[in-house]
Write a protein of this length. Sequence first.
Length: 294
Amino acid sequence: MTTELDRTPVVLDEPTWRARAAAHRDRVGRWTDPHRDRRRRGEPHPVLDFLFTYYSLRPARLEQWLPGPGVVLLGADELLDVPGHVRDGAGVRLEPAALPDRIARTARFVHDLLAATATRPPRLGCFGLHEWAMVYRSEEPRHGQVPLRLGPAGTDAVVESLPVHCTHHDAFRFFTDAARPLNALQPARSEQVANEQPGCLHATMDLYKWAYKLFPATPADLLADCFELAVDVRELDMRASPYDLDGLGYPPVRIETPAGRAEYARTQAAFARRAAPLRSRLIALCRLLELGER
């Protein structure tokens, strides 16, 4: 039986792949360069820092261009120092069987999680209340330098007036103790595959995490696509949060109002549609990496 691993690889000459590497560096540099500048100044950013702190891929690694499976690069001997890359005639390519064992284990988990998520319809009724639940009845909001739009009492009232239905374990674990009993679910890490659904903003942002967890096997264009989606989703996440970020260029999505909730659900649905092909590409990559396991 023919598999993806048996297909004739694409061969890129050195000028071609180096041009692609430069274009990739420019593409993600829109975010990595300002992040470095802010870090040098000691200037936190309540929206964008999340993409480099909660998500732990170093900016230099995000900027590194790698082709992923099925591509031979001519004049790329420096990539022989990157795990999983081997000589192929006059060039270098990724050999899945030469990757560290952890990649195949990760690929199995990511495949199962994303494949299960893809079978479910998106739920669009959470309205981003996870961010509100993270400050509910708290005297120390997570972004203490940013004021709450409605103040502490107004924020608490919103949480108490709407159903809280967070399906994402890594969002739920940051709920305050007072907010946890208000959630319709008590999602545990062990139930992640059973609970995750494609309408969840955090599940969509996490496509970036799963892409870099498969590094260095993930094609750079897929990694960048997932990162750009995470940037856009993070903006909605924080615009719909209880924080007043208007002065930073993030006008609020007022989910405490019917119009704001409708706007949130429409944008959430659009992100779910945009995420679907990226999820499919990651699933296909995981299958390929599992086939390449020794």
